[in-house]
Write a protein that binds this ligand. Structure first.
Ligand code: LRH
Ligand code: MN
Length: 424
């Protein structure tokens, strides 16, 4: 389903007067408003190809209907999101869930929807029907060299698909680990995994990056062979300058200080990007900013400070990707909310008075430092982001247009209520 541009403009007209009032109010406080707006317009979050259908848990999955049954339909759905918020201009594919059978036509369809391909994702955490050797006891850590070789070859195949589509990075998340003490020799598992990643690293095209994603548990529940940021940094440092650590917000033990991890990874030049989501207990993959919006702001605060300290280009020097699972919400509405939450935290971080904050820190003026941060966190930047969307040709209120145009109802009419999208 497509939403014609004139319908978005029509909807904007009905909201314009109220928007301008709110925008002028928030803009009055911001000295470099044009550069802030430019940064917001350039910023694009990549949508995961595996999160366009209804997610589930081991207990149940309640399909919402109208789900995309092909990669083409997934690209159309992301194209619709991007037409509404002009901030979803990239898609991250997961192989083999979304193999581009005809890469050229897929690339053309994506371009017609204003989409580029962000990081490719390999999958050695499931056994495919035609697979020779099982990953039950791991893939790159496996005691059997033949299993490790199979995993390496799969990742090299994923890189090939990415090259055809114009992607320039590979995300490797390994479910490898152990469920019981004694099951695994941690040192050998690390060495096997490093050697396997080194073979994949060698196969990377020149300008490509490899992202090593860490996770403390699930599906293994005693150890994970890439269990935390320190282990991922060990791998990426030993691999070389094309290797970076990927931070999935849901992959931390309770109360971990993720913003400090982000600050140090940027300092080391080893932060590759993010899988944005939110969680209350574990890897819940909930809507970004729905549970801990202040933590998301604090993470973007470290990102802006750290990236500016290294003269990094905000929009293109890191991989901004969403990784969520939609168990009860309409997947497209959930993704619209997630992109909005990311833009809000980024905008607020751009409004932190850096000079005053540094002065407060240098004077150990803890109270003022907190006041400066929380002042920015309490600025209602929604009209700022709406103005950025308006200038980029998007909608002032994407969710309202999505609902008023009865997108889900139309998708169910088009695709039926039983279609199931590949993915988690
Ligand atoms: C693992 C993970 C990883 C993906 C998968 C879909 O929990 O975050 O990034 O490959 O989810
Ligand atoms: Mn992830």
């Amino acid at each position: 389903m497509r939403i014609e541009k004139y319908k978005i403009e029509e909807h904007n007209q009905s909201l314009l007067k109220e928007h301008k009032r709110k925008f002028e109010f928030v803009a009055a406080e911001i000295k470099d408003i044009e550069s802030v707006l430019q940064k917001l317009i350039q910023f694009q979050a990549a949508i995961p190809s595996w999160a366009l259908g209804t997610g589930g848990t081991r207990f149940a999955r309640f399909s919402g209907g109208g789900e995309p049954k092909s990669l083409e339909e997934k690209i159309e759905d992301i194209g619709l999101l991007h037409a509404l918020n002009k901030s979803s201009g990239a898609i991250s594919l997961h192989i083999p869930w979304d193999i581009p059978e005809n890469a050229a036509s897929i690339k053309t369809l994506a371009a017609q929807n204003g989409l580029r391909f962000d990081a490719m994702n390999s999958n050695t955490f499931q056994d495919q029907p035609d697979q020779k050797l099982s990953y039950k006891f791991g893939s790159m850590q496996h005691v059997d060299k033949a299993v490790r070789k199979q995993a390496i070859e799969h990742n090299i195949e994923v890189i090939k698909y990415g090259v055809e589509l114009g992607s320039e990075s590979l995300t490797v998340w390994l479910s490898d680990g152990s469920c019981f003490p004694g099951q695994l020799n941690f040192r050998k598992a690390f060495q096997n995994t490093l050697e396997s990643l080194q073979e994949i690293y060698t196969a990377l095209p020149d300008h490509w990056k490899i992202f090593v994603e860490y996770k403390p548990y699930e599906p293994n529940f005693y150890s994970m062979t890439v269990g935390d940021w320190g282990q991922s940094l060990l791998y990426t440092t030993k691999l070389g300058k094309k290797a970076y650590t990927l931070v999935d917000l849901g992959h931390h033990l309770p109360n971990a200080n993720i913003e400090q991890i982000v600050a140090l990874l940027i300092m080391e030049g080893k932060l590759g990007g993010f899988h944005f989501n939110d969680s209350k207990y574990s890897d819940d993959d909930l809507t970004v900013g729905s549970i801990k919006p202040y933590q998301l702001f604090l993470i973007f605060n470290e990102l802006v400070e750290g990236m500016d300290a290294r003269d990094m280009h905000h929009a293109s020097d890191l991989a901004w990707m969403i990784d969520a699972s939609h168990n009860i919400k309409d997947p497209l509405e959930d993704l619209l909310q997630s992109v909005e939450a990311i833009m809000i935290s980024y905008a607020q971080a751009l409004l932190v008075d850096r000079k005053k904050l540094v002065d407060a820190q240098n004077n150990n003026d803890v109270v003022t430092a907190q006041e400066i941060l929380q002042h920015a966190f309490r600025i209602d930047v929604r009209a700022l982001i709406a103005e950025a969307r308006l200038r980029a040709g998007g909608s002032l209120n994407p969710l309202a247009v999505y609902r008023s145009k009865k997108v889900r109802e139309n998708l169910i009419k088009e695709r039926g209520s039983k279609t199931v999208a590949t993915g988690l």
